[in-house]
Design a protein around this ligand. Sequence first.
Ligand code: UD1
Ligand code: CA
Length: 453
Amino acid sequence: MSRTCLAVILAAGDSTRMKSSMSKVLHPVAGRPMIAHVMAAVQAADIEDVALVVGRDAENVTKAASIDGLSVTSFLQTERLGTGHAVLSAKEAIARGYDEILVAYGDVPLITPETLTSARKALGEGNDVVVIGFHTERPTGYGRLLVENGQLIAIREEKDASDEERKITWCNSGLMVINGAKALELLSHIGNANAKGEYYLTDVVEIVRSKGGRAVAVDASEAELSGCNNRAELAAIEKLWQERRRHDIMLSGVSMIAPETVFLSHDTVIGQDVLIEPNVVFGPGVTVESGAVIHSFSHLEGAHVAKGATVGPYARLRPGAHLGEGSKVGNFCEVKKAEIGAGAKVNHLSYIGDAFVGADTNIGAGTITCNYDGVNKHETRIGANAFIGSNSALVAPVTIGDGALIASGSVITEDVPDDALAFGRARQEMKPDRAKAIRERNLAIKAMKKSKP
Ligand code: UD1
Ligand code: CA
């Protein structure tokens, strides 16, 4: 039988050093609020119940934390009296009775389900408190883990530590798992007689030991436990997240020529044998099927790229862009809310928005779907095997049939039936020798200007 666990997520911090109008846990990493990353890890560690401790921006933080499949209850911590006090704000949830209480921070978004699971496992091995620790060359500011004979005997906060204790490089991440049956009793003994006058959650280690219980620390990587206090740390976390995800994606069969220049979102899905050239940005909601090629300097967001399609260089796929199998969207093209049929080509300098392009149709350079009348958006439908001549403006709403041919430079305002040829441009006029006459006149004017001082 699996053990029940409540995750208590602390997110009531003031975020002062972020210098932001919103709570720091709402700042995105890989296009998703930090807090949602923590929630996803909690969920992947098979935990279903979450008590979220919130302070400022409570409503937005709760909303961002409420990911599918998790039951989240928020508790307002009105005064910020320390981590021990924060956990006790969720007393009501803890009192429901769980086998385990996991405490994690909303501003530690790189935490993995594996680490959470290993801490839970250690608790199941006869321990009452399991603290997740990390080794660092820069321990200043962190609580130090005091260990004796494999047992964690105390966590000493920087301000309360002796010079000897400050030399310890094994530190408290702040994340821990506590025996659910004893949690409330242990937490109720936390006082605030320390250098900061705060209720330290870390005191549970000494408290549990004084009652004959056992505490241990498990180790995780410093990178994974990085917390976010300011924008520079936010950028460092983003960098670590990107490195981790690129690595995973490459190992799943995706080639990247310069991975350090490719930026992914939390939900980017890329199939096998896709090639991603340097300097590509994936915004949220992108899926790329196998064998596709994303050429350099392309920006994709809310788009789907089917098998063997090619994108870019310098293409922009906006939300609702669906590229069919083997289709091509080339340089300086923008596609928004449009379906590009299998084998269709939009190769150069085009805007295709609110449109449907049939299979194997060729869209000539510079074609624009005029989808907006200043108030409403309208649709352009183009059939299969059509040919749209370069520099055409298709004024929506408009429908162009299968196999139709649009003369280049046309402004198309009326529907074009299947297999029809449409011209929508001024007829060409010819004036023999007129160019020569104009040139000679202009040269004469220039000569006259020069002769006058
Ligand atoms: C805490 C730990 C320290 C550990 C460090 C890791 C304690 C006493 N110290 O220190 O051992 O090395 O984290 O980063 O636990 N929070 C609330 N309400 C509060 C106080 C804090 O929600 O009243 C939240 C904060 O938003 C933050 C987290 O708890 O996400 C940690 O609080 P913080 O003040 O940053 O703790 P540290 O002093 O850094
Ligand atoms: Ca901190």
